[in-house]
Design a protein around this ligand. Structure first.
Ligand code: FES
Length: 105
């Protein structure tokens, strides 16, 4: 599994998603509840950036139609989205947030 640096840990504000591009994949990095998560930045319902949505209860809400995706599993908690969004393994090394987009978890 190959990890690439997504951003610095100190750049992440609690509950404020950060959009990055890793190997051509748009990823939203979210620091919440003492952990860091990486989720594909595109909603599974339409081509909308999830990083512009709100974070609550370890989920990110799509700002367009309101589906929330669990940051641990990528699964939507409600309609209109029915398909999960890919989530990726995260490692913290010092101040570096490393993400593997080659394998979805
Ligand atoms: S575009 Fe995200 S829920 Fe519709």
């Amino acid at each position: 599994m190959t990890y690439v640096r997504a951003c610095g840990l100190s750049e992440l504000e609690e509950d404020t998603p950060k959009r990055v591009e890793l190997d051509g994949t748009p990823v939203s990095i979210v620091r919440t509840e003492g952990e860091v998560f990486a989720i594909n930045d595109i909603c599974s319902h339409a081509n909308v950036s999830l990083s512009e949505g709100e974070v609550e209860d370890c989920a990110i809400e799509c700002w367009l139609h309101g589906s929330s995706f669990d940051l641990r599993t990528g699964k939507p908690s409600g309609l209109p989205a029915t398909r999960p969004v890919p989530v990726y393994p995260v490692k913290i090394e010092g101040d570096d947030v490393l993400v593997s987009v080659t394998q979805e978890s």
